[in-house]
Design a protein around this ligand. Structure first.
Ligand code: HEC
Length: 108
């Protein structure tokens, strides 16, 4: 029990500095938000979209191409196993921000 509380407190102290830096400017805040969304894509598409072999990479790809793919997953126009569910969780603007974020990441 004690160690759980300790771990929780440690988590708070470790995440605070990031939260503080995110308030530096509104641009930074937006970037921090998109980065947080993008982290949920890493399990399948790799860190910052740099995928392992056999997975679909997102980093450094064309912004428009990624955005259109996400919109089509959301509308159901593009066949998907999991991406339709992911895409439905975001507004079109949020998907555009995600596409732009991955497009801006270095490929390797
Ligand atoms: C559970 C694994 C998983 C997660 C998490 C995931 N994806 Fe995907 N992604 C896939 C799979 C699998 C495909 C292939 C289409 C399908 O079967 O759904 C795909 C395809 C894509 C494509 C199309 C790429 C292409 O070249 O066709 C884009 C863009 C994409 N994902 C973006 C994202 C974004 C952005 C996130 C986070 C919000 C994300 N994915 C989270 C598994 C995942």
């Amino acid at each position: 029990m004690r160690s759980i509380i300790k771990a929780a407190m440690l988590g708070v102290t470790l995440t605070l500095p990031a939260a503080v830096t995110q308030t530096a400017s509104s641009d930074d805040r937006v970037d921090g938000q998109v980065r947080a969304w993008a982290a949920s894509c890493a399990a399948c598409h790799g860190t910052d979209g740099r995928a392992q072999k056999g997975m679909i990479a997102l980093a450094g790809r064309d912004h428009e191409e990624l955005y259109v793919a996400l919109l089509e997953f959301k509308s159901g126009d593009r066949p998907a196993t999991v991406m339709d569910q992911h895409a439905k969780g975001y507004t079109d603007d949020e998907l555009a921000a995600l596409a732009a974020w991955f497009a801006a990441q270095p490929k390797d």
